[in-house]
Each structure stands twice: as C-alpha cells, then as structure tokens.
Design a protein around this ligand. Sequence first.
Ligand code: TRH
Length: 373
Amino acid sequence: MIDQPPAALRWDIFCRVIDNFGDAGVCWRLAADLASRGELVRLYIDQPEILAGLTGKSLPASSVSIHHWPEDHQSFAPDDLADVVIEAFACDPPSAYVLAMSDTDRKIAWINLEYLSAEKWVETHHLVASPNPRHALTKYFYFPGFTPGTGGLLREPGLIEKLKKLEAAHPSTGTSHLRLFLFSYQQPALECWLDTLNANGTIGTLSVAPCPAEDQIEKWMKAGNAQKQVKVEKLAFVAQEEFDAVLSGYDWLFVRGEDSFVRAQWAGKPLVWHIYPQDEDTHLLKLRAFYDLYLDQGVLTALQRSIYWQFVLVWNNADPSNTSPEKLADLWPQLASIYPALLENAHVWRSRLIRQPDLVSQLRDFVSHLVKC
Ligand code: TRH
C-alpha cells in the first residue's frame, strides 16, 4: 500500500514587529518553510511593509498569503479560522480571533513560538500547556533550541544540499585574505576593532550589511582613518532566500538578533554574535548559554575557548568596567591566529545540529496530534 501524504493543514501565523527585521524575518522563514512542505499558510503582520525586503520581488504564487493585522472590529466565522494558530513571540492574536476559537467545536492547535535560547530551562518549558484563563482553550509554548529536548531550529528542506553547493562555489581563501561579514547593532567596540584590523597588517575585506554599524564606520573613515589593508564595502539588503549565499562568501560572520545568528551557524563559519540587548542584562545569560555549548565540541583548547569568549564579551559590551573595547587590540590577533580550529569547531557544531530534527518537522508532528484529538 502506498503511504498517502498527510493532508495539508491551514496555518495562521500572527506577527507583531517590535523593531528591526527579526520578528518578521523569523515569521517569514517559518511561513515559507511550511508552504514549501505543502501547508496552507496565512501570515498576519502589523507592518507588512517590512516583508518587502525579506521576500524579494518574486513571491511564489503557491506560497504564503500575507495579511495586515486584523482591525479591532473584524470578526471571525468558524471557517475563517486555521487548523494551527502560531503567535510569534507571545504577540497575542486578536481577541475576536481567540473568541471565535473558543466558540467552535473544531480542534485548533494554538502555539506560542518563543524566542530562541540555549538556556537549560528551555527544555523543561518546551511544549508546556498554558490553559486560557477566560476560555476553554489551551495554548502550548514552543521553544526553539539547540538540544534534543527543545523545538529545534528552522532548517528548510534542501538547505544542507544548497549550502554544500555554495561552499564549493566560494572556497575559503585561508587566512591570507580575510573576508569579514558584519551585521550588527550600534557597536561600542567597532572603532577599536577597525583600528586593530588596520594596525595589525590584516589584509582583507570587511563587508557591511545595512545596519547601524555602517554610520559608525563612515564616521571612523571620515576621521582620517584611511582604508589600509582592510577594504570596507557596503552591501545591499538582499532577499532572505539569497542571504545564505551572501554569508557563504565570508570567513568570519559577525551577526546579530536571532535569524541571522542561526543562518551563520548553518553557514558553518566562526561567528561572533551581537545579541539583542534586553532589560536587566538577561541577554547575557543567553549569550553565555550559547557559547558554553558552541565552544564545547572537543575541538578547541581551554585557552582557545577563553580567547573566543573574551572577544565575544567585549563585542557585546558585557561588563563595561571589565571589558573595555581596547582589549580587542590583544584579543583579535589571538583569535585570528586560531582560525583553522575555529572553522573546525563551526563545522562540528553544524554537524551536531543537523542530526536533530528541524523545527518545522517537530512542530508539524506536535500539532498533528492536537488537531486530531
Ligand atoms: O534584525 P534583527 O536584529 O532582529 C531582531 C529584532 O530586533 C527583534 O525585535 C528581536 O526579537 C530579535 O532580533 C531577537 O536580527 P535578525 O534576527 O538576524 O533578523 C534579521 C533578518 O534579516 C533575518 O531574517 C535575515 C534578514 N536579512 C536578509 O534577509 N537580508 C539581508 O541582507 C540582511 C542583512 C538580513
């Protein structure tokens, strides 16, 4: 007997943009991945204009339908509701939508897709049920993550094959000509790092994606810092599906937020993460938790791990009294000199991630039980 593919489900993804590109970027990647597996996806977003740069011009007709966040007065009939409702980052679907969910007999799976973190507690909170205080509805926390007890990472079908082709097309130039990619927030240590690159006789290219660091670099250059060996170039913003090809052309990836940080891991290159700053420095716990895992692949020595971690701390202005930007003058040459080990570490880490089921496979599996029961 031939196995029938599971019937497509209708998915509604709700996204509110807090800032930058990450909220829309994660939701778009999820939506496109689901659609590529035959699911029917609607993406409700409060700032659809942000998607223009991410989706590029050619949105395939088969894929995702994009809708403005529903107006307050909009009501929903049972047929308007999806089989699976994803609220991204606890954004709360419109109350009329929730009311309609509570009024129907249909089994609708309601998921809160949370932020990515490597912290240990994520494993115990993943898939925990959260009963609604007002309606007979249950929402489930879904935590992406790096370990088997979590919801995994977005990794669309065909990504690994695509990366292999990209790697063959952009072989590393070794350490003689550094190719550096930068996509960061306002970066207090940037000027010191640029000085260090120049003073150090590093030869290479620093390519800067559209981000606040561009203005800083411009000011630094206007202040009489001629480009010496390291040539600085500005990159245009590319559509999300072209972003992996951009990353694959570099040896070092200085990335930020959530989605570019994950893509840098798939690219398998040493990455310096500029984490999104949070109140009360909670982001530093996330930063530590990730690098604790990432650096512990049995590849790097204790000294190499320490150099990497110190560099990351300064890059994130983690403890301004202790991590002054000037430290980069010492740390960068040390970090650059261990590049081959860092590259191997990045490869081993990626292989480990690939062995785990991806986020969409796990999510589909989980919701398939909820919509049936
Ligand atoms: O833009 P980010 O900083 O996003 C965020 C937000 O600040 C958000 O509020 C916060 O919750 C989250 O981080 C953790 O960084 P991120 O996540 O890397 O998103 C950038 C997106 O832009 C990502 O999907 C990749 C995409 N991108 C392109 O598609 N093309 C490009 O040329 C570039 C530079 C990025």
